[in-house]
Ligand binder design. Structure first.
Ligand code: NDP
Length: 296
C-alpha cells in the first residue's frame, strides 16, 4: 500500500522533489496540458509562459543577461529580435542557435541603442515588414563606476543615455504600433542599485532609478491600450558586468545576500519570460526584485 502511494502520480507530482524539478525546468514542462495532470487527480497551477506568435525585441543581447533572455524566449517559440552592436559573425552564430532552440523566427538588428536615428530606421523597417513588436525588453546597459567626486561628465552622459534615455526612445518609437496590437508587454531591466543606491555608482543608480519612474508613467499612459510595462531589479547575477568586480566587493555582496549565492542569468530570464507572457496579464507598473533577498 505504502509503495503504491509513493509511486502514485498524485504523490509524485506533489512531492518536494518533483516540484523542485518542475520549478527548475518549468520553461520546458509548462506545456504539459492541465487536463492531462487533472486526469491524474492533480490540481496544480502550471506556470505558463508560451510566447508563440509574439515578436520580442531584446536590446543588448550579444552576451550576458540579454543573450540568456534571447535563448529562454526562443524556447517558448517567439519570433526573437535580438539587438547587437558589435561582432557580425558572433551575431550570426547566435541566430543559428536561437533557431535550433525553437524560435519561430530570428531577426538580428545591428544598432547602438544610443544612436536614436539608426534605432528608428531599423525598428520602423522591422514593424513595416513583420508587424508590431509585442514584447520589448530594454536590457542594454553599462556601468562606469567611480565616486561622484571623480566621475567624468562623459561617463555620466554615457550611462544615462545607454541605460535610461535609450529605453525611453525605443519605447516611444514603438508605441504607436504597440497600441494597435494585442497583449503587449514591456520589461525594463533596472537594478537593486536603483532602489538602494551604491557608493561609486551614482550615475548607474540614477539611471536605474529613472527606469523605475519611467516604467510607472508608461504603465499608466498605455494601460487603456492593454500595453503593460514592468521593471525588474536584479541583484548580483553572474555575467561579464559582475565579473569585473574585485573579490573584496564580491565577498561584501555575498555576506549581505540572505540566500548566500549569486543569481543565475537563467533565473532572471525566467522572470522576464513570465512578465512577457499572458500569465502575468494583470501585472503592470510593478517593480520586481530578483536579488536573493539582498534588499529586503
Ligand atoms: P553585460 O555587460 O554582460 O552585457 C551588456 C550588454 O549590453 C551587452 O550585450 C552589450 O553589448 C550591450 N550594450 C551595452 N551598451 C550598448 C549599446 N549602446 N547599444 C547596444 N548594446 C549595448 O551586462 P549584463 O548582462 O550583466 O547586464 C544586462 C542588464 O542587466 C544591464 O542593463 C544591467 O545594468 C542589468 N543588471 C545586471 C546585473 C548583474 O548582476 N549582472 C544586476 C542588475 C542589473 P556589447 O557586447 O556590444 O558590449
Amino acid at each position: 500500500m505504502l509503495l503504491k502511494n509513493l509511486t502514485s502520480p498524485t504523490f509524485l507530482l506533489n512531492s518536494p522533489l518533483f516540484l523542485s524539478i518542475l520549478s527548475h525546468n518549468f520553461i520546458a514542462l509548462h506545456k504539459v496540458p492541465g487536463t492531462f495532470l487533472e486526469s491524474w487527480g492533480v490540481r496544480m497551477n502550471v506556470v505558463y509562459s508560451d510566447l508563440s506568435g509574439k515578436n520580442i525585441l531584446i536590446t543588448g543581447a550579444s552576451r550576458g543577461l540579454g543573450r540568456r533572455m534571447a535563448e529562454v524566449i526562443a524556447r517558448q517559440g517567439a519570433h526573437v529580435i535580438f539587438n547587437y552592436r558589435g561582432d557580425e559573425t558572433k551575431a550570426m552564430e547566435l541566430k543559428e542557435e536561437l533557431i535550433k532552440l525553437g524560435a519561430s523566427q530570428v531577426t538580428a538588428l545591428n544598432f547602438d541603442v544610443t544612436d536614436t536615428a539608426k534605432v528608428k530606421t531599423e525598428l520602423e523597417a522591422f514593424v513595416e515588414k513583420h508587424g508590431a513588436i509585442t514584447g520589448l525588453v530594454n536590457n542594454a546597459g553599462i556601468s562606469r563606476d567611480a565616486l561622484l567626486l571623480r566621475s567624468k561628465e562623459e561617463d555620466i552622459d554615457a550611462t544615462l543615455n545607454t541605460n535610461l534615455k535609450s529605453a525611453m526612445m525605443i519605447t516611444q518609437i514603438l508605441t504607436k504600433s504597440m497600441m494597435k496590437a494585442e497583449n503587449v508587454s514591456i520589461v525594463n531591466i533596472s537594478s537593486v542599485v536603483g532602489l538602494m543606491g551604491n557608493a561609486g555608482q551614482s550615475a548607474y543608480a540614477a539611471s536605474k532609478a529613472g527606469l523605475i519612474g519611467y516604467t510607472k508613467a508608461v504603465a499608466k499612459e498605455l494601460a487603456s491600450r492593454n500595453v503593460r510595462c514592468n521593471a525588474i531589479c536584479p541583484g548580483f547575477i553572474v555575467t561579464d558586468m559582475t565579473d569585473k568586480l574585485d573579490d573584496k566587493t564580491k565577498e561584501g555582496y555575498m555576506a549581505s545576500i540572505p540566500l548566500k549565492r549569486l543569481g543565475a542569468s537563467e533565473e532572471v530570464a525566467n522572470l522576464v519570460c513570465f512578465l512577457l507572457s499572458k500569465a502575468s496579464g494583470y501585472i503592470t507598473g510593478e517593480t520586481i526584485k530578483i536579488d536573493g533577498g539582498l534588499y529586503i
